[in-house]
Design a protein around this ligand. Structure first.
Ligand code: Q9C
Ligand code: ZN
Length: 530
């Protein structure tokens, strides 16, 4: 079992008991919608399902003060009026008689996930929890958060499992200031957060959410804030943030465990975030994180208030954790000017602390040139004032998402392998398809006649297998494959032509090491990158 899914239905018990427009979005249906979608997609059954346990008070004490834990324990016995009065003591918080139980389950779920991953029971996983955690502080509830689930899990991983370096990736659209405060002077926990900031004019309105807040004392450089100063950030902006900020720093940090504060209010359709990234983007973000810490990635739900967008994004994360290939990202893959400014400012602020950011000085030459936009859908209008047209476009994009989920079905075969002798005698793992030579001989012969090198027996046989493999990939039957051949350049040229004439729009060739001769890729320079 690769991927753990930690959940408990009792976390749906807490709900808002009075009128409060700010808090009403944090409702039980967030969890039920996400779980139902996981079931519908057949994803829940592919996971190791674990029932959440309550965190003990000692475990809560890894992050929170005893007085605060006692105060929260006391909420179980309060009347509605008393609960409302206590809620008013905090910013954007509501309590329910079941809140303490739910919040202990939420923290406990994160701990159980960490246990499963660090004992090897699972490779990675997701905890579906509420209330969320990343705004919660040592002695304060904040922003719907009661206990800081991810912060507790980080301290627990260190104390209980002896993990040294932990990376926390907070892709929720709000700044997890609670996590920042808890680890701000601690170099053993690297905290990365991007968040809607709008030059300080968005909640929680903190100066310390800006890019120049990098941590304190020995923790300098171990807080990485990427403030978005406009709404409407999309797939290209999120990918650029990971590729140009998070991943360079994370590789240099070399974490032993990755915790994700996985909020989906940063996805399209969310009323809080007003961003444009589509659910598939979260599959890509998850995939990128899996290259770190030996793939030990534990995601814990934070925000996410558009039920459809939330549910689809959760499915994308689970699919990526299970190892399914990420669906292609649609829309123009060009970062916005404002995103590049934000990326540049955090690189500048962090450059003194991370050698990997020196490379291009603190001013990355992020290319503004574009990939060929033909056959890509028209861009969703980014940011700007909310208008009817933009909203209509957003909901049009959203309603097409479900269709695309079906179109992007995962191929039944993950990896096919086409080998020539003597490698063909190799014993293969059971989940790898041995590609047989069953392409139409005539087609192979026609190709081979054009290339002297391919008339040779082993090369001819190999070409037949490779063409068959390629057809499997183009038909959606096979995800990826590997092949051997004594005539690599000629085979590559044939495969390239075949791919381009059978539906591939753009092909990227990467050569590692040397081919028998330089292949001729110039036949269609518009579509072949190398
Ligand atoms: N329109 C989480 O996502 N209200 N908490 C902000 C701005 C508080 C969000 C109001 C939002 C709290 C976990
Ligand atoms: Zn949030």
């Amino acid at each position: 079992m690769r991927t753990a899914l930690v959940y408990h239905e009792e976390m749906t018990a807490a709900r808002l008991l009075w009128d409060d427009p700010e808090c009403e979005i944090e409702r039980p249906e967030r969890l039920t919608a996400a779980v139902e979608r996981l079931q519908q997609g057949g994803l829940e059954q592919r996971c190791l399902q674990l029932a959440a346990r309550e965190a003990s008070e000692a475990e809560l004490g890894l992050v929170h003060s005893p007085e605060y834990v006692s105060l929260m324990r006391g909420t179980q016995a309060l009347s509605t009026e008393e609960l409302q009065a206590l809620s008013g003591q905090y910013d954007a918080v509501y309590f329910h008689p079941s809140t303490f139980h739910c919040a202990r389950l939420a923290a406990g779920a994160a701990l159980q996930l960490v246990d499963a991953v660090l004992t090897g029971t699972a490779h990675n996983g997701l905890a579906l929890v509420r209330p969320p955690g990343h705004h919660s502080q040592r002695a304060a509830a904040n922003g719907f958060c009661v206990f800081n689930n991810v912060a507790i899990a980080a301290r627990y991983a260190q104390k209980r499992h002896g993990v040294h370096r932990i990376l926390i990736v907070d892709w929720d659209v709000h700044h997890g200031q609670g996590i920042q405060y808890i680890f701000e002077d601690d170099p053993s926990v690297l905290y990365f957060s991007w968040h809607r900031y709008e030059h300080g004019r968005f909640w929680p309105y903190l100066r310390e959410s800006d890019a120049d807040a990098v941590g304190l004392g020995p923790g300098r450089g171990f807080t990485v804030n990427l403030p978005w100063n406009q709404v409407g950030m999309g797939n290209a902006d999120y990918m650029a943030a990971f590729l140009h900020v998070l991943l360079p720093v994370a590789f240099e940090f070399d974490p032993e465990l990755v915790l994700v504060s996985a909020g989906f209010d940063s996805a399209i359709g969310d009323p809080e975030g007003q961003m444009q990234a589509t659910p598939e983007c979260f599959a890509h973000l998850t995939q990128l994180l899996q290259v770190l810490a030996g793939g030990r990635v534990c995601a814990v739900l934070e925000g996410g208030y558009h039920l459809e967008s939330l549910s689809q994004s959760v499915c994308m994360v689970v699919k990526a954790l299970l190892g399914d290939p990420a669906p292609p990202l649609l829309g123009p893959m060009v970062p916005q000017h404002s995103a590049l400014e934000s990326i540049q400012s955090v690189r500048a602020a962090q450059a003194p602390h991370w050698t990997s950011l020196w490379q291009q000085g603190s001013t990355p030459t992020l290319s503004l040139s574009t990939c060929s936009p033909e056959r890509r859908p028209s861009p969703v209008s980014p940011g700007g004032p909310k208008c009817k047209a933009a909203e209509a476009q957003t909901s049009a994009v959203l309603s097409s998402l479900l269709d695309r989920l079906h179109l992007c079905a995962t191929p039944p075969v993950r990896t096919a392998i086409a080998l020539t002798a003597p490698a063909a005698a190799m014993v293969l793992p059971p989940d790898i398809l041995r590609q047989e030579e069953s392409a139409p001989r005539e087609e192979t012969q026609a190709w081979a006649r054009l290339h002297e090198a391919l008339t040779q027996d082993t090369a001819f046989t190999a070409l037949g297998k490779v063409l068959h493999l390629l057809n499997g990939i183009l038909d959606g039957q096979v995800s990826s494959g590997i092949a051997t051949t004594p005539a690599a350049a000629s085979t590559l040229e044939v495969v390239l032509r075949q791919g381009l004439s059978h539906g591939a729009q753009r092909v990227f060739c990467v050569a590692l090491g040397q081919l028998d001769r330089p292949p001729d890729l110039a036949n269609d320079g518009r579509r072949v990158g190398s």
